[in-house]
Ligand binder design. Structure first.
Ligand SMILES: [Zn+2]
Length: 486
């Protein structure tokens, strides 16, 4: 390890409202002891008083630029001395004694990287030797920044400990799917949850499932009927995947068994989240929208009702920038395309292409991000085990990273819909397909066609008999990239 010959000590007097900071005397003694152990001669002690922590004023940075910052003359003097080479090592007590403002940390990182000096801290929370040290410091400061505004920090500690050790937190109403003890599965209710999960993932709306449950006289825990809210809460709960949650963040494996597996849980989160944001709306009446293209102008066809449930057509809607010149009968076209898609689903080469997955650059990059985050999670837990960070810091940093992994995973799932895997895994592909909702059918069709470099079908103008008479020869496969063979 790099050694210092002229080290600086940074200690900070805090007004210490949280009652957990060491006094300046102890900080200095501990930091001095660490410098002695490292064999770094200390040439200067920088003592800061942060009673003015929220007063800002203009500061001149090492590169000469001016910014509004918390007034920290001693910290600025330290940076200047590192920059000029008069200090070649830094010992601090704890990360939060060095920087509360992320921009102060960035200034320190800049200076330390330029001067290539070693940094150590008594609690081990600040080391800037590697990229992962720097990442940890950034996370630590972001968290300290957050928690300095959080008055109830210590009250939460007990819950945090319970949360991290994976025990049931007791209290409150019984959770649907589990007995009153919170850890024993209620098999009957667990079956309901699994069935509902499958139906949501197949594209059914939560409210239609609720109506069905009410009709079957299946009751929720306390109410007399289901609401979309109560069912959504259950399906989105990490609890049913055997995950312990604290403050809305997954903090680890729970002490109770899972009702659904992890991948189902992730798919549920992604699906319900997308619906809440108005994407992938479950109510899609006609699944060939966006799969049929006009043979005259190249616009996509959209469905329009001709009055009555079964009477509808797909046409190049002139009110939606189409030419209005092409239309085709709805039900027969759907039946034709349905047979085509089911045919694709039975072909070994198509299944092989789907199984390989779509290794586009985007999903490749996402996988890489997830791996990096998972690596960071392992490092974090090691740092916690070695007492380099506190439980609070561990739990919060973990929450931040897991949130990131969660959203990355949902973007991966958006690329390969779960319906496709479900359809492929079923024994009778045709039957499973028929049971799908329109939204799920469209997803499956687009994925299957996409794996073959296809976008859908081009519909040629009607030759004789008008659009109401179905003529399958008007439909031809459309290649990805807009080339269509009419
Ligand atoms: Zn057209």
């Amino acid at each position: 390890m790099k050694t210092a010959t002229r080290a600086g000590l940074l200690v900070r007097i805090s007004d210490d409202r949280e009652g957990q900071g060491a006094g300046v005397g102890r900080q200095q003694a501990d930091a001095q002891a660490l410098a002695d152990r490292l064999g770094w001669p200390v040439v200067e002690i920088f003592t800061e008083n942060d009673t003015s922590a929220y007063k800002r004023k203009r500061v001149t940075k090492a590169d000469g630029t001016i910014e509004m910052r918390v007034d920290r003359p001693e910290f600025r003097r330290l940076l200047a001395l590192i920059e000029s080479g008069q200090i070649d090592g830094l010992v601090a007590y704890h990360l939060d004694r060095v920087a509360r403002d992320p921009r102060d940390l960035e200034d320190l990182i800049d200076v330390v990287e330029r001067a290539r000096i070693p940094v150590e801290s008594v609690t081990g929370s600040l080391r800037l030797a590697t990229d992962s040290d720097i990442t940890m410091a950034r996370i630590g400061v972001a968290i300290a920044n957050q928690s300095s505004r959080d008055a109830s920090r210590r009250i939460r500690r007990k819950h945090e400990e319970l949360a991290t050790s994976g025990q049931f937190n007791g209290g409150g109403a019984r959770r649907y799917g589990y007995e009153r003890d919170g850890v024993t599965i209620n098999e009957e209710e667990a079956d309901v949850i699994r069935t509902c999960a499958g139906r949501v993932l197949a594209g059914e709306s939560v409210s239609s499932i609720c109506r069905d449950l009410d009709l079957q006289l299946i009751l929720p825990v306390r109410a007399q009927r289901w609401s979309s809210r109560s069912l959504t809460d259950i399906l989105r709960s990490p609890r049913i995947a055997g995950l312990r949650v604290h403050h809305g963040e997954v903090v680890g494996d729970a002490a109770w068994p899972a009702i659904v597996d992890r991948s189902t849980h992730e798919a549920l989160m992604a699906t319900l989240h997308a619906r809440a944001r108005g994407q992938n709306r479950p109510v899609l009446a006609r699944w060939l929208n966006m799969l049929l293209w006009c043979g005259k102008c190249g616009h996509h066809l959209s469905s329009s009702s001709l009055g009555g449930d079964r009477a509808f057509r797909y046409w190049c809607n002139s009110q939606r920038d189409g030419c209005g010149g092409v239309a085709i009968q709805g039900p027969r076209t759907e039946a034709y395309v349905e047979a085509e898609v089911v045919g694709y689903l039975g072909r070994p080469d198509v299944i092989a292409a789907l199984a390989r997955g779509r290794s586009s650059d985007a999903s490749q990059a996402t996988r890489h991000d997830i791996e990096a985050d998972e690596f960071q999670l392992r490092q974090l837990s090691r740092m916690w085990a070695e007492r380099q960070i506190t439980l609070d810091e561990y739990a919060e940093a973990r929450g931040i990273i897991e949130q990131r992994i969660k959203s990355a995973k949902s973007s991966l799932l958006a690329v390969v819909p779960l319906h496709v895997r479900n359809v492929l895994a079923s024994a009778e592909v045709g039957t499973t397909w028929t049971a799908l909702t329109p939204a799920a059918k469209r997803d499956v069709a687009r994925t299957v066609l996409g794996s073959q470099g296809l976008m859908g079908w081009t519909v040629a103008p009607a030759t004789s008999g008008g659009p109401r008479r179905f003529d399958p020869s008007r439909l031809s496969l459309r290649q990805d990239g807009g080339v269509h063979d009419v």
